[in-house]
Design a protein around this ligand. Structure first.
Ligand SMILES: Cc1c2[nH]c(c1CCC(=O)O)Cc1[nH]c(c(CCC(=O)O)c1C)Cc1[nH]c(c(CCC(=O)O)c1C)Cc1[nH]c(c(C)c1CCC(=O)O)C2
Length: 346
């Protein structure tokens, strides 16, 4: 099937389909026993990300099981700082740990010199996934957005209050802008390479957009994501992009009023009626089932999913969660959810 005919691409082009395409953020991962088996074979989490063979396998696992309309490259947003020369590790039970950037000198030591060389296994995985996917399944490439990636680079891992990154961004914006510019450049090149390897759509994850004040959201979330997409569009004008400014709140209006993207990912907190009246006329929406409904399952999950479909399914829409699947999710609940979306009719 041609890329343009795949359901995900049609929805991102603004088409309202008889039922929306469905995929789920973090659809590959620890909730699947077959993922845990491959992960044990691969070694560390980064070894898994940099092994084309294993990354292809775990990307395909949820497609085999559930037949999603789209697959997403298996990797992590933190391979970008890693490929820029920063130390990155994933510790069991602790999440990512980075050697935190302390000052301008640490930023100056980051370099693009070996960037594509280090990311070559990711590009190989993209080509391998594309070749192995069912004909109708779209392949999404992705990267973290600069604010979220920079938060890990400066905080050295997950953060409760974003005190270090905000001290830098709010206190020394010109210096912070230089780091953002580097991440924009690296990310644009990274996404272009993913497209050239076979990605048919892209998603930019700004998981911590909700930590910013509104002026900060425009400057450090909206602007850098726009700069990346403008760059990608120069080389690849036909590849649609979804942005996910998680927690943006009323700031979602800024994304819908002056869209530079095709799809807007809604987090769990976005009210459905508001999204329908204020956002959907302007671009395709994606979201936003609470991932905890997938843990709970049953009638509650079915009602919550149906409410989303009934409110947003009559315009260009992609069914997804409002954040990633959690490891406690029973795979049977995912199967039931996919079945429900497939059987829903406008
Ligand atoms: C913030 C962020 C990260 N990574 C990502 C984000 C943005 C999306 C979001 O907000 O969830 C994005 C990401 N991470 C992963 C994917 C794979 C593709 C998919 O969605 O299936 C994607 C798209 C795999 C992963 N990335 C990670 C795992 C778990 C690692 C393991 O197997 O031990 C997976 C499957 C590790 C990771 N990676 C990150 C954290 C905070 C953690 C630890 C938390 C956790 O363990 O869930 C950074």
């Amino acid at each position: 099937m041609k890329t343009a005919d795949k359901l995900l691409i049609r929805a991102l082009r603004g088409e309202t389909l008889s039922r929306p395409p469905v995929w789920l953020m973090r659809q590959a991962g620890r909730y699947l026993p077959e993922y845990r088996a491959t992960r044990a074979k691969a070694g560390s989490f980064l070894d898994l990300c940099y092994s084309p063979e294993h990354a292809i396998e775990v990307t395909l696992q949820p497609i085999r099981r559930f037949g999603f309309d789209a697959s997403i490259l298996f990797s992590d947003i933190l391979v970008v700082p890693h490929a820029l020369g920063q130390k990155v590790a994933f510790e069991e039970g602790r999440g990512p740990v980075l050697e935190a950037l302390a000052d301008d000198a640490a930023v100056a030591r980051l370099t693009m010199d070996q960037f594509h060389q280090r990311l070559k296994p990711v590009y190989e995985a993209v080509s391998g996934i594309r070749a192995a996917l069912p004909a109708e399944t779209a392949l999404i490439g992705f990267a973290g957005a600069p604010w979220t990636v920079a938060s890990y680079m400066i905080e050295g891992g997950s953060s409760k209050d974003y005190a270090r990154i905000k001290a830098w961004a709010y206190g020394r914006p010109d210096s912070f802008q230089r780091l953002i510019n580097l991440v924009v450049e690296a990310t644009a090149q990274y996404l272009n390479a993913q497209i050239e390897a076979g990605a048919e759509a892209l998603q930019l994850f700004d998981s911590w957009a909700g930590s910013l004040d509104h002026a900060g959201l425009l400057r450090w979330c909206y602007q850098p994501m726009k700069a990346i997409i403008d760059r990608v569009r120069m080389s690849h004008p036909d590849v649609p992009v979804i942005v996910f400014p998680r927690g943006a709140g009323a700031g979602y209006l800024d994304f819908a009023r002056q869209p530079f993207m095709h799809g807007l990912g809604l987090d769990t907190g976005v009210p459905l009626d508001w999204a329908f009246t204020q956002l959907q006329g302007r671009l395709a929406l994606q979201g936003n089932l609470d991932p905890q409904w997938l843990v709970v399952g049953g009638e509650g999950m079915r009602l919550a999913a149906t409410r989303i479909l009934d409110t947003l399914g009559h315009g260009p829409f992609i069914f997804n969660l409002g954040h990633g699947i959690v490891p406690e999710t029973p795979p049977e609940h995912v199967a039931e959810l996919v079945e429900l979306v497939r059987n829903w009719q406008r």
